[in-house]
Write a protein that binds this ligand. Structure first.
Ligand code: BES
Ligand code: MN
Ligand code: ZN
Length: 496
């Protein structure tokens, strides 16, 4: 999609569709409907009076040959209650407009901005919403929806001048949305098309494209590093495991913390010997969503170039049952030296993360952020709407929550407390790899946190939010690319 500004007067805009939004219960006042010429607004008032234009969130009304305008169609998107309006909602409205237009096989639209002055955050949100909206997980269909994608989006100021701050905001929005879609493409890949080696190759290719340092460690190196926890999971698979490491360092960021981004990269999770039931097992192709998130974040950072130092570490492997697989009751020694009794081979995420965290610390990371599809339990607690956030370090937990709020990703902090440690004590080793049914998301998070030690650490359990089971007006069904935006916001707004 080609995105640019147009500064033509409103009544001269010549795209096929002009998209505007209006609030619930207010046909032609508030929102961008207010900027339309009098005769267009009169028509909207009429439609509203006849009950057709409610302004409820994401309601779409397409008006052909709107009076007073040069465009052939006017799309009015309902923005919901005015009191609740913010940039997160604006982002969704732009996505809704794009999805509505392309579903009608139209290929270009103009989005009317709020004011001629141009609010840069609003511009960024509109670009993000539009590009994220113009995505379908359809690469394996022979008849692809993508042939219906939007070719051109004009951000219409309705008069006014080129504004360099607004152009930069457009570019930021494009970079972040493309990274989010890159992550979605990876999450969508089936495990026969995305083995650990494939994931590593995709990371290498991306790193080369955007100028990141990239190293991929294979089975011998993983064993030489004594990553006994990662290896325990990997040993049952025919596919060699890979440890993917990407580095970004701004030249004048020598005093910044080294932020480690650790992403769970299980390209397929059968559960191993503690095998999962077959119902919905296919969804476990997405068990590398944390890793894909971190690759998407690095892709953005490489282009946005914030003053920061960031290292991504993605332990990639399959979790398979086989004659070589690890077994319940096994005791393994992690890279940190801590021993772990395996009670359930399906609790594999925390094992690969344990060694990846230890590795990141050894490589000099002074802050650790991890994203993982770690537990079914987090979806019981928060559904697939909200990511669970965990960590002892209040400052960093709050930074993550603030960034999430700023970019419209829903996140909620769940508690970590020493009292829960009792639950994952082992009778024969330092730790057990499960903490039982109750508080499962918390004990899983805390198990991972044991390997962070004193290093500030925040864990995001994205088991629920990695995927959307329904199509939304502004988002395709399938991989969401959540929480790429949150982490990019955090890293581009680091106060050290
Ligand atoms: N990958 C799963 C968690 C998951 C579940 C992700 C649903 C996405 C959707 C993880 O490896 C797992 O199997 N967790 C177990 C832990 C249990 C054995 C302690 C779980 O949540 O059941
Ligand atoms: Mn599992
Ligand atoms: Zn898993």
């Amino acid at each position: 999609m080609n995105v640019d500004f147009t500064h033509e007067p409103l009544d001269r805009i010549s795209s096929t569709v002009l998209a505007v939004y209006g609030f619930e219960g207010r046909a032609a006042t508030g929102g961008t409907v207010e900027r339309l010429p009098g005769e267009t607004r009169a028509l909207l008032e009429e439609l509203h009076a006849s009950g057709e234009l409610s302004g409820k969130s994401y309601e779409c009304t397409l008006i052909h040959r709107p009076p007073g305008l040069a465009v052939s169609k006017l799309l009015v998107v309902g923005a919901g209650k005015q009191e609740k309006f913010n940039n997160a909602q604006l982002r969704r409205l732009a996505g809704t407009a794009v999805r509505h237009v392309r579903a009608r096989s139209l290929h270009d639209l103009a989005w009317l901005l709020d004011d001629k002055g141009m609010d840069t955050e609003a511009v960024q949100a509109v670009v993000e919403g539009a590009l994220v909206g113009d995505y379908d997980a359809d690469r394996y269909r022979t008849e692809r929806n993508s042939e219906r994608r939007i070719d051109r989006l004009d951000l219409a100021s309705g008069g006014g001048n080129v504004d360099t701050a607004a152009s930069a905001a457009l570019e930021r929005g494009r970079i972040i949305a493309e990274a989010q879609n890159f992550t979605r493409d990876l999450v969508n890949e089936p495990s026969n098309h995305l083995t650990p080696s494939d994931l590593a190759r995709r990371a290498e290719k991306m790193a080369a494209q955007f100028g990141l340092e990239c190293a991929v460690l294979g089975p011998e190196e993983i064993q030489a590093l004594k990553m006994g926890a990662f290896w325990a999971v990997a040993q049952g698979s025919e596919e060699p495991p890979k440890l993917i490491v990407l580095r970004y360092a701004h030249p004048s960021a020598a005093d910044s913390p080294w932020v480690g981004l650790i992403g769970k990269g299980i390209t397929f999770d059968t559960g191993g010997i503690s095998i999962k039931p077959s119902e919905n097992m296919h969804e476990m192709k997405t068990d590398m969503a944390g890793g894909a998130t971190m690759l998407g974040v690095m892709r953005s950072i490489a282009q946005l170039k914030p003053r920061a130092r960031v290292m991504a570490v993605v332990p990639a492997t399959e979790n398979m049952p086989s004659g070589k697989a690890f077994k319940p009751g096994d005791v393994i020694t992690s890279m940190s030296g801590k021993t772990i009794e395996i009670l359930n081979t399906d609790a594999e995420g925390r094992l690969v993360l344990a060694d990846a965290l230890t590795y990141a610390k050894q490589q000099g990371c002074t802050v650790l952020l991890d994203a993982a599809t770690l537990t079914g339990a987090v979806t019981v607690a928060l559904g697939n709407i909200t990511t669970g956030v965990f960590g002892w370090n209040k400052e960093w937990v709050n930074r993550v929550l603030e960034s999430a709020a700023a970019v419209g990703d829903r996140m909620w902090e769940l508690p970590v407390d020493d009292e829960y440690r009792e639950l994952y004590k082992s009778s024969i080793a330092d730790l057990a790899n499960t903490g039982g049914r109750y508080g499962g998301a918390i004990t899983a998070a805390m198990f991972v946190g044991e390997f962070a030690g004193d290093t500030p650490w925040v864990h995001l359990d994205i088991a629920g939010t990695r995927w959307s089971n329904e199509e939304k007006p502004y988002l395709a069904k399938g991989p969401t690319g959540h929480p790429v935006r949150t982490l990019v916001h955090l890293l581009t707004n680091l106060r050290t």
